[in-house]
Each structure stands twice: as C-alpha cells, then as structure tokens.
Unconditional design. Structure first.
Length: 100
C-alpha cells in the first residue's frame, strides 16, 4: 500500500499543468536535491516538491494517518532549515524537521 501511495505521489508531481508545460525538473535525485534548489522553485512546483518529500518520509516511517497540523509544522520547520542553509540537502532538512 505504501509503495502504491508513493507511486501515486510521484505521478502527481509529473502531471503537466493546464497550459501543458511541465513544472520543475523531470528527475530529482533525492539525496542531492538541495534546499537552495527548492527555494528557487516557485508556487506549484515548490508545493509539489514539499508534498513529495513529506510523503516520502511518512512512507519510510510507516505512517498510516495524515494530520494536517503535524505535516504543516514539519514542512514549516524544514523551510526554516532550508532558508538558514541553502546548501543543505532537502532530505536532510526534512529528516531534521521530523526529529527536531
């Protein structure tokens, strides 16, 4: 089930926008994608990356419940880490945000 959820989230991130243009890069190496790269994205592209990384860590932790307040706080913490250290891999910022 987790694998299906993860695949569905990946598929959503790759869907074209209504204008037909792709948002963001087509391929992202999770271990090297940096906070600076995230911060350089705008609007929907940034949101999609944040949603994906949140789902990735939730799946790794075996989460079966989504609590919007908890997720929002984690993403906010990850963004604080990113703004402080743009060279930090985004995955590390998310891991820190999950375990403050």
């Amino acid at each position: 089930m987790r694998r299906l959820l993860l695949l569905a989230m990946v598929a959503v991130t790759l869907l074209p926008t209504p204008s037909g243009a792709q948002i963001g890069p087509h391929r992202v190496e999770l271990t090297t994608f940096t906070c600076g790269e995230l911060l350089s994205l705008s609007g929907e592209a940034r949101d999609r990356v944040l949603i994906y990384f949140n789902g990735y860590l939730d799946a790794k932790d075996g989460a079966t419940v989504w609590v919007d307040k908890v997720v929002g706080e984690r993403i906010d913490r990850a963004l604080v880490y990113c703004k402080a250290t743009p060279t930090l891999p985004l995955l590390d910022a998310f891991k820190r945000a999950w375990n403050p």
